[in-house]
Design a protein around this ligand. Structure first.
Ligand SMILES: Cc1cc2nc3c(=O)[nH]c(=O)nc-3n(C[C@H](O)[C@H](O)[C@H](O)COP(=O)(O)OP(=O)(O)OC[C@H]3O[C@@H](n4cnc5c(N)ncnc54)[C@H](O)[C@@H]3O)c2cc1C
Length: 400
């Protein structure tokens, strides 16, 4: 018996981007199906699990102990020589926040999508796109060895960093090596940590990236690293793990810990793409390269873009117009929310990756001594300028 079927909106991928999109498409009346290639949504986790609190309200996500592992009151940036810049909640607004259980968080979002009326199928992979008259019209899918076609008025590519759907649809999502950070992370138990702060170590310990220590509980933390791909020798495998192991070995409070989980993956650190839609298809989340290029955090932007995509998809279905032109409403919507910040943070990242350890030390020393009221790029640059004007030359375009 043929399993071919037709829906209004087909969402490929049940990460945060897919589930939030599916929820809002279904909530706005579209017959929505979300397919996920893994057998269990949210598992295995590929994330440092650090998120800010600020954006949850915007999406109506209510903090819940089922997916919040720990709440921090601030963050610390630590330079190679050990200068510590402490960012408290008062200074950073509620940009600081939670360390989550990402598997439970993703499942909660998928449950919300289902509660809004979206159908969910796991162990179901999109293997190619279907076209009709030049536009994307669905996907060929595989479930338990069976291949079938799912036709849809709107396809949402929420298939993550390794996304193939966008490429299959002819949307350029390619990345330069300097816009990719390769990551490796351990969850360590029995470590000595300050549970008040998530820590970010910058400098040559993590070329073109940073080491993070995100607190999961009184004696456990996600300790991970991102290293810019262009700073790794071509063909060198396992470089991120090697840098992280070297870092941990130098920190006895961490090296005494026992690893209970290993995570490997990659994040994009690029400028916003020019276009993330074509006739019949919109890209959301990591598939659309919507990660914050400075922090490598992508959960918030995936969800925020997902809400817009879901609403626009439902409107496109009811208006009978699923063209790229109609999807400009999605392009405008997500760009209004975070494109400027993405661009600014990409510029900042481009500068930061050029700094040597001595410069990181000087910058962190100034900031550690200053009594910062609020944290913003301009304030930080002005402070550094007072003591080390020569350092600011690097950042002149950011002060303008
Ligand atoms: C090591 C690491 C640490 C990170 N730490 C943080 C952090 O601390 N904070 C933060 O905010 N962000 C972090 N990120 C980034 C964050 O994980 C992503 O931005 C986020 O997961 C993006 O959500 P998404 O829904 O776009 O993609 P994903 O969460 O990757 O979901 C995509 C889904 O699509 C499915 N899929 C793929 N192809 C197909 C297919 N053909 N058919 C069906 N299903 C398919 C996948 O199985 C997956 O479930 C980290 C990333 C890495 C790699």
């Amino acid at each position: 018996m043929s399993r071919d079927r037709t829906v209004d909106v087909l969402v490929v991928g049940a990460g945060p981007a897919g589930s939030v999109t599916a929820k809002h498409a279904a909530k706005n009346g579209a017959r929505t199906l979300m397919i996920e290639k893994r057998q269990e949504i949210g598992s295995p986790v590929r994330c440092g699990e650090g998120i800010a609190r600020a954006w949850l309200d915007e999406l109506g996500i209510v903090p819940d102990k089922r997916w919040i592992s720990h709440q921090v009151s601030g963050a610390r940036v630590i330079s190679p020589a050990g200068h510590v810049v402490t960012l408290t909640e008062k200074m950073a607004g509620n940009e600081v926040g939670y360390v989550i259980e990402r598997d439970n968080f993703d499942r909660m979002l998928a449950e919300e999508a289902a509660a809004a009326g979206a159908e969910v199928m796991v162990k179901t992979s999109a293997v190619e796109v279907l076209r009709s008259g030049g536009r994307i019209a669905g996907v060929r899918a595989k479930h338990m060895g069976q291949t079938f076609d799912i036709r849809a008025k709107v396809v949402i590519a929420a298939d993550g960093f390794e996304s193939q759907l966008g490429r299959w649809a002819g949307i350029d999502t390619s990345l330069k090596p300097s816009d990719i950070n390769v990551c490796f992370e351990y969850t360590l138990k029995h470590v000595d940590i300050d549970p008040r702060y998530n820590d970010f170590y910058v400098g040559s310990c993590a070329p073109g990236g940073y080491v993070w220590v995100f607190i999961k509980g009184p004696d456990s933390a996600n300790v991970g690293i991102g290293v810019q791909l262009s700073k790794i020798k071509p063909g060198e495998r396992g470089a991120a793990k090697r840098y992280l192991d070297a870092f941990i070995a130098k920190h006895p409070n961490l090296s005494k810990g026992s690893p209970i989980r290993e995570v490997a993956g990659a994040v994009s650190c690029c400028q916003p793409l020019d276009s993330v839609a074509a006739d019949g298809i919109m890209l959301v989340g990591d598939a659309a390269r919507q990660i914050d290029p400075l922090t490598g955090g992508g959960v918030a932007n995936s969800c925020r873009a997902g809400k817009v995509a879901g609403e626009v998809a439902a409107r496109a279905v009811s208006s009978g117009d699923t063209s790229k032109e109609f999807f400009q409403a999605y392009e405008k919507g997500w760009r209004a929310k975070f494109e400027d910040q993405m661009y600014r943070n990409w510029m900042a990242k481009e500068k930061l990756v050029t700094l040597d350890d001595a410069t990181f030390d000087k910058a962190c020393e100034v900031l550690a001594e200053a009594e910062l009221e609020v944290v913003n790029t301009l304030e930080i640059l002005r402070l550094i300028q007072r003591k080390y004007p020569e350092l600011i030359k690097e950042f002149e375009d950011l002060i303008k």
